[in-house]
Design a protein around this ligand. Structure first.
Ligand code: EPU
Length: 419
């Protein structure tokens, strides 16, 4: 069967401007959250990626009227009807699990396929379920393909997360905003996307305090009205382009960023030797003359994002000494390493840590095992002097709006082919 591949001929200098889109991991929660509203909702600044299309189609399965106009989505949930959500759509992305919290909240009942998403090692949802149960839901997990959640009545509760989880924090917020009384989520995730979803829910009339801290307090409300909300900029998309500019860029301007959200990355890039000039809402990045080795350890926000450890890794092959990357969130998120080795990188992995020695990368045929692995391979391809062919690029299109077009506009020699 024919499939699209991305081909990159490295060795060009990237120059120009990139406009960052709305955050994928915020948008993929806000779209399911629209079903909590009883009036029309408009979401602005959405990324144009396949995960968004899938979620919009899931809303339509619930008889919700939707209209997409570029990066704006209009949702009219006034005729909403409960329905079991089909496995094939739900399984194509991770964030479909937000339909659980949202539907439980809206209907007190839902039947939904189990979530899919990038293969990053084990990705349990036990903390989501713990939260739903605490609020009064019965969860039937007897099927290997779907899950049934049902509550006679949702009531506020105190939920202590055993693991800091972005997904569980948001899902429990979704389930709690219409529950009776007060819910407290302790050991909550502090990621900017959690705050954005909370701001969206508050603009519908929800009563939430403490989003962005480890303790989130929610007072349930009966009625949530309509709103217009703009999604925050995608710190991972911005970070990926920063890594590309650090590989081979000269004055690449990255527009529409929140500098505070970029700090864990920009600090590391400066430590490496990248020229980073951060202004109020944009950054200008140029490749440095030489790069010094660094040690990176991923952690929950405001630590270094696990989603950026893959895109930054090719830069570490350019360093004078030996660098390490330890992923404490997903210790098995190293599928990109085999592909980088095919390109000539010298990397060993052991127990959640990759050790990267200086090496020169050259073009090869490589496979994008997941979204950020795909982004990593693009950075690597830009660093070579010959052609890299990336297979399985559907993962890349799940997270980056028009990435090939953007790279071309920066002067990269990149194109797609059907093979
Ligand atoms: N975890 C549990 N139990 C749970 C939930 C999570 O043990 O019930 C563990 C996970 O296995 C992981 C850690 O907790 O080790 C953190 O997982 P989290 O729940 O925070 O991840 P997630 O919500 O499933 C989101 C992003 C990921 C990003 C992680 C970490 C979305 C849709 N996905 O996943 O983004 O890596 O947070 O920041 O928001 C990506 O964009 O490429 C991506 C994978």
């Amino acid at each position: 069967m024919a499939q699209e591949v991305i081909k990159i001929r490295g060795g060009q200098t990237l120059k120009g401007t990139v406009d960052i889109h709305g955050a994928k991991n915020s948008a993929v929660a806000i779209i399911p959250a629209t079903i909590l509203a009883e009036e029309p909702v408009t979401i602005e600044g959405l990324p144009q990626i396949s995960d968004i299309d899938t979620l919009v189609s899931l809303l339509e399965d619930l008889n919700i009227k939707t209209e997409i106009d570029g990066t704006t989505l209009h949702v009219d949930p006034t005729e909403i009807k409960n329905a079991p959500l089909p496995n094939h759509k739900v399984q194509s992305l991770r964030a479909s699990y937000y339909m659980m919290g949202a539907m439980l909240s809206r209907f007190n009942k839902c039947v939904i396929g189990l979530p899919g998403g990038c293969p990053l090692g084990p990705r349990p949802i036990d903390q989501h379920i713990k939260g739903f149960k605490a609020l009064g839901a019965e969860v039937d997990e007897s099927s290997s393909t779907s899950m049934k959640l049902e509550a006679e009545h949702l009531a506020g509760a105190e939920v202590y997360l055993d693991v800091v989880s972005v997904g569980a924090t948001i899902n429990i917020m979704l389930a709690a905003v219409r529950a009776e009384g007060r819910t407290v989520i302790e050991n909550a995730a502090k990621e900017p996307e959690v705050v954005d979803v909370a701001n969206f829910l508050m603009s519908l009339g929800a009563n939430i305090k403490g989003a962005g801290t480890t303790s989130i307090k929610i007072e349930g409300t009966d009625h949530l009205h309509g709103t217009t909300h703009t999604v925050i900029p995608d710190r991972i998309e911005a970070g990926t382009y920063m890594c590309m500019a650090a590989a081979c860029g000269e004055d690449v301007r990255i527009n529409n960023i929140i500098p505070k959200h970029m700090e864990p990355l920009t600090v590391k890039l400066k430590e490496l030797g990248v020229n980073v000039d951060v202004q109020e809402d944009h950054a200008v990045i140029s490749k440095g003359d030489t790069y010094q080795s660094v040690d990176i350890k991923t952690a929950v926000y405001p630590g270094f994002a696990t989603d950026l450890q893959q895109p930054i890794t090719p830069l570490l092959t350019m360093c004078d000494g030996i660098s390490t990357v330890t992923d404490t969130i997903y210790p098995k998120r190293f599928k990109h390493v085999d592909e980088l080795e095919r390109m000539g990188a010298s990397i060993t992995t052991d127990d959640g840590t990759a050790t990267i020695k200086p090496s020169t990368l050259s073009g090869a045929e490589v496979y994008a095992s997941d979204l950020r692995a795909g982004a990593c391979l693009i950075v690597a391809g830009l660093l070579t002097q010959d052609v890299t062919t990336i297979y399985n690029v559907k993962h890349i299109y799940r997270g980056y709006t028009d990435i090939v077009k953007t790279l071309k506009s920066l002067g990269a020699d990149v194109w797609t082919e059907e093979v």
